[in-house]
Write a protein that binds this ligand. Structure first.
Ligand SMILES: Cc1ncc(COP(=O)(O)O)c(C=O)c1O
Length: 424
């Protein structure tokens, strides 16, 4: 579908929406400007009103799955409709790259659009990294014991298929830098890769990724990060993390449609990581007679086949939405609510936060237990009070995780603390 065609068709009906900065979703920005004049409270209320989340429920699980705000829903619907009006294989490269530029902006000022490939999920990215690296039987990967099933399953699969071994460390919750020491203690002559979460899904712990990258560099190891929980939720500059590979889903904190994600490959790693699935869009040139395939000169080589461009063009709108509010402001807001909850836990008899003790390594996700109470019971009680949280059963950790974001209000923090207090 061509941009001009879209503008003539769908945008005419919608009035305001294209990928270009000049015509993008003005109404939300206008609403924001007006609300801002009324003050902070009005501003955050207008932002909350953009979500179609069930108003009878308190959603504290953006870490599990994000929700698209109205401008993103509309964008996705309109781009989908435009596609169905005039189906066309391939996609508008100009718009596609424009969304990559926007996505790169969320990932830090030095992140380059050409180092990103659009994929479906962090799970896909994790598998692309693990299976695309030249790892062989006996090689070792260091990871943490708090990884999401997507990385654990991929490591188990790799071990089964190729005999690549993993070694795990238990995250240090008292000292951020302690994690570097724990990883260093596992490095040996067979280690090839350090692969862990940027921000864990278990306790919402931020790892000291720059220091881990420095260790990886000093030891000649590759360094990969699963950023599924980190993209947009915490401040960082992807390039400065020092990761060679980084992947995330955009359907959590970036609020984009489900099954949007990206894979980042540092430029000098392009020829080391092999694309395992290729097709239309992956190669610059293919020549069956010469037996030659020349991959694209950038991370675009990891994209293949028909794309659902509506998904990714709506990702562009999700970035507009975040930038209209301000990325820093979005991150500070979620973090502020999480810190209020963290502090409030101290007044709940028996409550114990299991998230990192140092504030610098905490995030908008806080995990906790109530001593003497089965965590499933506490979650049931939350359910009765219509509060959506996430059980953490990875590695038998058996606790409860709550995520705070721009869909939430201070009253949500009060609500969950009150329910906990009453049921203590
Ligand atoms: C740390 C982490 N990695 C990977 C994933 C997998 O994300 P997806 O299912 O979108 O691939 C999740 C999902 O919660 C996660 O928390």
């Amino acid at each position: 579908m061509r941009r001009a065609e879209f503008v003539r068709g769908a945008a005419a009906a919608l009035g305001t929406l294209t990928l270009s900065g000049t015509l993008k979703a003005q109404p939300f920005r206008r609403l924001l400007v007006r609300a801002e004049q009324e003050g902070e409270e009005a501003l955050w209320r207008v932002i909350r009103e953009q979500f179609v989340l069930n108003p009878d429920s308190t959603y504290l699980n953006f870490g599990g799955l994000g929700a698209m705000p109205l401008p993103v829903i509309r964008s996705y619907e309109e781009w989908s409709r435009a596609e169905e009006r005039s189906p066309g294989a391939g996609y508008d490269e100009k718009n596609w790259n424009e969304v990559k530029v926007k996505t790169a902006r969320i990932l830090g000022k030095s992140c380059r659009a050409e180092d990103l490939a659009f994929i479906s999920t962090a799970t896909e990215g994790i598998n692309m990294i693990l299976n695309g690296l030249p790892l062989k039987k006996g090689d070792e990967v260091i990871t943490s014991s708090h990884e999401h099933i997507s990385l654990k399953a991929a490591l188990l699969n790799l071990r089964k298929r190729s005999g690549v071994v993993y070694r795990t460390f238990d995250p240090d919750l008292k000292s951020g830098p302690g994690n570097v020491d724990r990883i260093a203690a596992l490095v040996n002559s067979r280690t090839r890769l350090i692969f862990l979460s940027h921000l864990t899904c278990t306790y919402g712990q931020v790892f000291p990724v720059k220091d881990i990258a420095a260790l990886a560099r000093a030891k000649g190891l590759w360094f990969a990060l699963d950023g599924a929980q980190a993209a947009a939720s915490i401040p960082f500059d992807l390039e400065e993390t020092g990761a060679d590979f980084y992947t995330a889903s955009c359907h959590k904190w970036m609020m984009a449609p489900k099954r949007t994600g990206f894979l980042y490959v540092r430029k000098d790693m392009l020829d080391i990581l092999q694309p395992l699935t290729v097709g239309a869009g992956s190669a610059e040139r293919t020549d069956m007679a010469a037996g030659e395939i020349v991959p694209k000169p950038n991370a675009g080589r990891f994209e293949y086949g028909t794309q659902n461009e509506a998904l990714f063009f709506a990702l562009g709108t999700a970035v507009d939405f975040i930038e209209d509010i301000g990325l820093d402001r979005v991150q500070a807001y979620g973090r502020g609510l999480a810190e209020a909850f963290y502090a409030g836990l101290r007044d709940i008899p028996g409550a114990e936060s299991v998230s990192p003790e140092e504030a610098a390594y905490r995030s908008p996700m806080i995990s906790f237990r109530i001593s003497g109470r089965d965590y499933q019971d506490v979650i049931r009680r939350m359910g009765e009070a219509r509060i959506r949280v996430r059980p953490v059963n990875e590695n038998g950790l058996n606790c409860i995780r709550v995520s705070f974001y721009i869909n939430n209000a201070v009253s949500d923090v009060e609500k969950i603390l009150n329910v906990l207090k009453k049921s203590a």
